[in-house]
Design a protein around this ligand. Structure first.
Ligand code: NDP
Length: 331
């Protein structure tokens, strides 16, 4: 079975040298086990945190060991009572072709109800991250003005549309004109800032939201967070989902330099981790289903073919290569 291992820990932006492809034997399955062949895997910005040594909310990847992450595969052999050959499953052992399991932490998925890879995206943790942030953390109300950064990305694109469906005014930011076009045309988001074409994010936000913003869904941190703090209204909420602009930093970032305004404006800043909210999964699916059916929520996938190309797909996240959810088709 082919797998991608961590060859070395990155210093700054990851490079291809940090990864190594290897082929290993997969031992025969025992009673109570099944074998899965991965078809899809997810590459995610948080994996950058796992590539460094030290404290994070998830344990570090080990050198010379395969990386891990969300994946969807098919059971190809089984000696397990509940998982049968041909079943599609959602697991956490991406970055390899085959994996064995006793079923712990693995969920069966229904290939009839949606394309299986959607369970890594809009119907999976990605969609749920957007929903948890807005519903549970911001407790979003209709009529509020919401700013979403990395708005055309996997989480951001769903967050924008969820906020719009709730009856909010939405402003997004993204770094490429094709992404801006997608947000306009497919996602129906009129106010979008190309942050790479302006050095005045605050000015742009004021232009689109003269009354200020109420909620900032932060995927980027740094200068975006600084700009949001500048234009957010009193008692506004910053939902701290991610800070991708800082993940490859070798020095602590300078921005937000205006953090003290959190006090005067009585801003609530709250970080969250989607995995703490797994008990709300049913509620999430119930709320998403009609929105998907009515096409109030659409989604995009950027598909990279071949396990060997997973490192490049991952590195691409930090270069803005993806529109919507970045996936790797393993087979
Ligand atoms: P995305 O699909 O949004 O991919 C990353 C995107 O971020 C890129 O396409 C790029 O788009 C943008 N980006 C990259 N570098 C920068 C930069 N320096 N400044 C501004 N934008 C940048 O990834 P996800 O949707 O998977 O993740 C989005 C965020 O959500 C991440 O910060 C991630 O860590 C976080 N997250 C948090 C979770 C939680 O439980 N708290 C769970 C899942 C994700 P562009 O072209 O627009 O620059």
């Amino acid at each position: 079975s082919k797998q991608i291992e961590l060859a070395s820990r990155p210093d700054g932006k990851p490079t291809m040298e940090n990864f190594r492809e290897n082929t290993v034997e997969v031992a025969a399955i025992k009673d109570g086990e099944f074998l899965v062949k991965n078809e899809w895997m997810s590459v995610d910005p948080y994996m950058r945190g796992r590539m460094k040594q030290g404290d994070s909310y998830v344990p570090a990847f080990e050198i010379d060991e395969p990386l891990e992450g969300g994946c969807v595969g098919k059971v190809v052999e089984s000696r397990h009572d509940d998982f049968h050959e041909g079943d599609y499953v959602l697991g956490n052992l991406g970055w390899r072709e085959y994996w064995k399991s006793t079923g712990e932490g693995v969920n069966r998925i229904d290939p009839q109800s949606a394309p299986v890879q959607a369970y890594l995206g809009v119907l999976g943790l990605t969609g749920m991250t957007a929903w948890v942030g807005l519903s549970k953390i911001a407790k979003l109300q209709s009529g509020q003005t919401v700013f979403v950064s990395a708005a055309s990305g996997a989480v951001g694109s769903i967050a924008c549309q969820l906020a719009k469906a709730k009856g909010c005014r939405v402003i997004g930011s993204a770094g490429k004109s094709e992404k801006i076009q997608w947000l306009h045309k497919q996602a129906g988001i009129k106010s979008v800032i190309n942050y790479k074409e302006t050095d005045d994010l605050v000015g742009k936000l004021k232009e689109f939201a003269p009354e200020g913003i109420d909620v900032y869904f932060d995927n980027v941190g740094g200068d975006h967070l600084e700009a949001a703090i500048e234009v957010i209204n009193d008692f506004g909420v910053c939902i701290e989902c991610g800070m991708i602009s800082t993940y490859n930093a070798t020095e602590p970032p300078a921005a937000p330099r205006n953090l003290f305004k959190v006090i005067g404006k009585r801003i609530r800043m709250q970080g969250f981790i989607v995995r703490d909210h797994m008990d709300d999964q049913d509620e999430f699916r119930r709320e998403m289903a009609p929105l998907i059916q009515s096409e109030q929520i659409v989604w995009e996938e950027t598909i990279t073919d071949g396990l060997q190309n997973a490192p490049a797909a991952f590195i691409g996240l930090f270069e803005g290569s993806n529109l919507g959810k970045q996936l790797v088709r393993v087979g």
